[in-house]
Design a protein around this ligand. Structure first.
Ligand SMILES: NC(=O)c1ccc[n+]([C@@H]2O[C@H](COP(=O)([O-])OP(=O)(O)OC[C@H]3O[C@@H](n4cnc5c(N)ncnc54)[C@H](OP(=O)(O)O)[C@@H]3O)[C@@H](O)[C@H]2O)c1
Length: 357
């Protein structure tokens, strides 16, 4: 736990977007982090946040944040923040995030640096030890500098469901079919004419992310780098007319032919570093098993654990890979802003320089 008396100073890049708005909501009243600056594109800069944002959250904007000015990225570049949360598109993030990482800890949702060798691709309950890739805090800074990346929003739900199974049984092959919410496409996203009464069975780049990122996240730290887990992932991704919450239909070849009850118990009993450390954004249970006849449903279950719990159901045998189930994860909370906040909390808890050290 942090021993610092004053809060960590935080900026949000891409603050007006679908993920940026989640950051603003989650940072309001956060016990460790203080939102001190907002940035977005030239379209928004120079306006108050209230005027710049097209607010889509059900909770109203905090009045203090609503009155803050939105800056360009360049205006914030030379400022000292403890943590910079990035909700930028990958094309914008690619050059900008390394610049901020020279002065601050950058926790990003963009895909630009996820597979970089020195960047932890972090899901705090799954691979907290990957934070070891970050350098130690130096030059009087309280936190290390560098980039920590949040994985793809579907990958996060997948690895949370798989981690207890990896620890208890192991596996080599996964087949996953996704049903992904429209908020995953950001603002303004797909048009209503395209998505209503429809399923779009193609999300550019998404299948590749699931297939590549899973191995890195489930991999091991060896000599300061990640040795990826040897797991073959075959993914098919679909956009569906749901506002929030990505559903995953998964088949997996668990080793040792475990009983179905042992698989259910692995999910029920799963607890990890964020729960043990009592991190502010950690759900009491990272995974819940709803039941064999109780499938996770986006509208019903996405907000479990304040949107940070992955709900799982319909475990049954699979004639091809042995086991199959359905999982659901909130894409803009656990899959983006909430996951990034939890990653920053873990970094504070594990890597912050303590007084007197
Ligand atoms: N949506 C999800 O569920 C989800 C989940 C996981 C990861 N992600 C990733 O998170 C990132 C943000 O996603 P999103 O859905 O929030 O996207 P979005 O709704 O399109 O928001 C993009 C944000 O970036 C800003 N921006 C765009 N161009 C910029 C520029 N040249 N300079 C500075 N700011 C710029 C936008 O500002 P303006 O409003 O001024 O244009 C806006 O604040 C993406 O990398 C995405 O892949 C998204």
């Amino acid at each position: 736990m942090t021993t610092r008396s004053e809060p960590f100073r935080v900026a949000v890049l891409g603050a007006t977007g679908a993920v940026g708005q989640r950051f603003v909501t989650l940072l309001t009243g956060h016990p460790w982090f203080e939102l001190t600056a907002l940035a977005a594109s030239e379209r928004s800069a120079g306006r108050t946040y209230r005027d710049a944002v097209s607010w889509i959250q059900t909770r109203p904007i905090d009045e203090t944040v609503a009155a803050m000015s939105v800056h360009t990225i360049d205006e914030l570049m030379d400022h000292d923040f403890d943590v910079v949360f990035s909700a930028l598109d990958a094309s914008v993030a690619r050059d900008i995030e390394p610049e901020f990482a020279r002065r601050s800890l950058v926790v990003t949702n963009a895909s630009a640096h996820r597979m970089d060798e020195g960047v932890p691709l972090l899901v705090p309950e799954v691979n907290p030890d990957h934070l070891a890739l970050l350098p130690a805090a130096e030059d009087g800074a309280d936190l290390p500098r560098g980039i920590v990346a949040n994985p793809n929003c579907s990958t996060i739900g997948l690895v949370l469901a798989l981690k207890p199974l990896a620890s208890a049984f192991g596996f080599d092959r996964i087949f996953v079919s996704t049903l992904q919410a429209v908020s995953g496409a950001g603002l303004p996203g797909v048009s209503s004419y395209q998505i209503l009464d429809n399923v779009i069975p193609w999300i550019p780049g998404e299948e590749e992310k699931l297939e590549i990122e899973t191995g890195k996240i489930l991999g091991r730290v060896r000599a300061g780098t990640i040795e990826p887990a040897e797991v073959a992932v075959s993914a098919q991704c679909n956009r569906v007319p749901v506002v929030d919450g990505h559903t995953l239909c998964v088949s997996v070849d668990l080793k040792g032919d475990p009983r179905l009850e042992d698989v259910r118990e692995a999910w029920r009993s799963f607890r990890a570093a964020p729960q043990e450390l009592g991190l502010p954004s950690a759900p009491a249970q990272p995974t819940v098993y709803l039941g064999d006849d109780a499938p996770p449903q986006a509208r019903v279950h996405r907000d479990l654990g304040r949107g940070m719990t992955t709900s799982i159901g319909r475990l049954r045998e699979c004639p091809i890979l042995g086991y199959r189930f359905v999982a659901l994860s909130h894409n803009t909370l656990r899959g983006a802003a909430g996951g990034a906040l939890l990653a920053a909390e873990l970094a504070v808890s594990r890597c912050a320089r303590r007084g007197g050290e």
